[in-house]
Design a binder for this molecule. Structure first.
Ligand code: DX5
Ligand code: ZN
Length: 212
């Protein structure tokens, strides 16, 4: 089984003291999951590359671009320090080209699909990507309820791509994490479960060691 990685979503951090807040999360975070929303692909706005470039950390930045026409912005995120850039299949008009562009910029490339999107949509790029992000909520907001039906996609991917990084994002907590891990996910994103917990370190610990 692949090693489990925990990527706290920083959507809900205190941006007034961004770097201090991230420092507190560093000791137990494998990656920081940076949610980028354009108010177009998803009905919400968040931060862009300018803010990402101000993040000071040694933790790898996993940038989840929930934006239309991501090819216009991937270079900005690469320059801002992203180590992984994930784009949505639904938002890209030329998915293989966009994946190549991300790799040419020296970043790892990920592709994401919404709960209603099938794995067939990304079959062409599966051999090219470093990571597939299976959304377990409709993207746009933190704090939503996990959709267990997406686990079938995780299972299929793990069966066919044993070495692939499979990330899951949305509604991950100590009850849903074991289901995601059992299905084959190895990178867990969690926002509210970690940030709203009195003891974020313990919350991450629970996710990391959760089995059914
Ligand atoms: C949703 C984002 C998620 C979100 C996760 O659009 O992509 O990363 O911040 O938040 P929780 O864990 O609260 O569902
Ligand atoms: Zn996300």
């Amino acid at each position: 089984m692949k090693e489990i990685k925990i990527a706290p979503s920083i959507l809900g951090i205190d941006y007034g003291r961004m770097n201090e807040h991230l420092k507190e999360l560093e000791p137990f975070s494998d990656w920081f999951h940076v949610d980028v929303m354009d108010g177009n692909f998803v009905p919400n706005l968040s931060i862009g590359a300018m803010v990402v470039s101000k993040i000071k950390t040694d933790i790898p930045l996993d940038c989840h671009l929930m934006i239309n026409n991501p090819h216009r912005y991937v270079e900005d995120f690469a320059k801002a320090g992203a180590f992984l850039i994930t784009i949505h299949a639904e938002a890209s008009r030329h998915l293989p080209e966009d994946i190549i562009k991300i790799k040419d910029l020296g970043c790892r490339a990920g592709v994401s699909i919404n709960p209603d999107t099938s794995v067939d949509t990304i079959s062409k790029v599966l051999p090219m990507v470093d990571l597939v992000l299976i959304m377990s909520v409709n993207p746009g907001f933190g704090g939503q309820k996990f959709m267990p039906e997406v686990l079938e996609k995780v299972k299929w991917l793990r069966e066919h791509f044993p070495d692939l990084d499979i990330q899951i994002d949305g509604g991950i907590n100590d009850e849903t994490a074991p289901l995601a891990i059992e299905a084959g996910a190895n990178v867990l994103v969690a926002g509210s479960y970690i940030l709203k917990n009195e003891d974020p370190a313990e919350a991450v610990n629970k996710l990391r060691n959760s089995t059914k």
